[in-house]
Design a protein around this ligand. Structure first.
Ligand SMILES: [Zn+2]
Length: 252
C-alpha cells in the first residue's frame, strides 16, 4: 500500500520533496511506501518529476497511476533504475505543473459551486490540464445567465479571498447530510471517511485532489461562453490568465 502523503492536510499539497522506501519494482515503474506524486484522477492530471536512489541518479517520472492500493511511478522509456526493494529514495514533484493543477482544481470547484448557486445545475464532469479546463453541467442552461453575469459572480469569491479547508467525515455522516451540489457523481463504494473540500461559505464537495489554501491563489481567471451541447448538457471552459504565482509559504 502507498501512503498518499499529499492528502493529509492543506499544507501537505504544498510539499514537493520527500523521502520514501522502494516496496516494489514492476517493469518500467517504481512503487514506494509513500508518495507526494498525484496519480491522475477526478479530472486532475498526473504529476511528473524525479526519483533519485542511493546512487544519486535522477530518474524521470513521466506518469503516475493507481493500481489497487499502490501508486505506480512510471519511468521514462528505456530507463534502467539501479534500485532495490528497501532502498531509500528522494522524490521531487514538478512544482510548476502541480501548482497549476491545484489552481485549476480549486478554481473548478468554485466555478461548479457558483454555477450551481445561480442556475441549480450540477457538474457531471470536470477536466483540466495545461492552464485550462472544462466543466460539464447537467440541465438546460438558463438564458438569463450570461458569461458576464457568471464572471462577475465568480470574481466576487476570488477577492476578497476565501479559505479552503479539508475535512474527513465518516461516510454515514456525509450521506446523512450531503451538500446540495454533490451527489451527481457517486462516491466509490470503499470510500470512508469521505474527504471533503470546503471553500469558506460557498462550497462543500467530496474530492481526493490537491487544492489551494485560499481562493486568493487562483489569480486572474477567464470564463468561456457556456456552450450548450445538448438540451440537457452545457459545457463551460475556464483558464488561468497568469503564470504560476509562487506562494511565500511553499516548502523548498
Ligand atoms: Zn475535485
Amino acid at each position: 500500500m502507498t501512503e498518499l502523503a499529499y492528502l493529509a492536510s492543506p499544507e501537505a499539497a504544498y510539499e514537493r520533496a520527500f523521502t520514501a522506501r522502494v516496496v516494489a519494482l514492476p517493469p518500467g515503474a517504481v512503487v514506494l511506501d509513500r508518495t507526494l506524486f498525484y496519480p491522475a484522477g477526478g479530472g486532475q492530471p498526473t504529476d511528473r518529476g524525479t526519483i533519485a536512489g542511493p546512487d544519486g541518479a535522477s530518474l524521470a517520472v513521466v506518469d503516475v497511476g493507481k493500481s489497487g492500493a499502490v501508486v505506480l511511478h512510471r519511468l521514462g522509456r528505456g530507463s534502467r533504475p539501479a534500485l532495490r526493494i528497501g532502498d531509500e529514495v528522494h522524490g521531487s514533484v514538478d512544482w510548476e505543473r502541480r501548482y497549476g493543477h491545484m489552481r485549476l482544481h480549486t478554481a473548478q470547484h468554485l466555478l461548479s459551486a457558483v454555477v450551481f448557486r445561480r442556475t441549480g445545475l450540477k457538474t457531471r464532469k470536470a477536466v483540466f490540464a495545461a492552464g485550462a479546463g472544462t466543466i460539464e453541467v447537467v440541465g438546460a442552461w438558463p438564458g438569463s445567465e450570461t458569461p458576464e453575469t457568471l464572471a462577475e459572480a465568480y470574481g466576487a469569491y476570488l477577492a476578497p479571498p476565501r479559505e479552503v479547508r479539508i475535512r474527513a467525515l465518516p461516510r454515514a455522516e456525509w450521506e446523512a447530510n450531503p451538500s446540495a451540489r454533490a451527489g451527481l457523481v457517486p462516491l466509490p463504494p470503499m470510500v470512508d471517511p469521505v474527504r471533503v473540500i470546503e471553500i469558506d461559505g460557498v462550497d462543500t464537495c467530496p474530492c481526493g485532489g490537491t487544492h489551494l489554501r485560499s481562493t486568493g491563489e487562483v489569480g486572474a481567471f477567464e470564463l468561456d461562453r457556456p456552450f450548450v451541447q445538448a438540451a440537457d448538457a452545457t459545457r463551460i471552459g475556464f483558464a488561468l490568465r497568469t503564470a504560476v504565482a509562487h506562494s511565500a509559504r511553499i516548502t523548498p
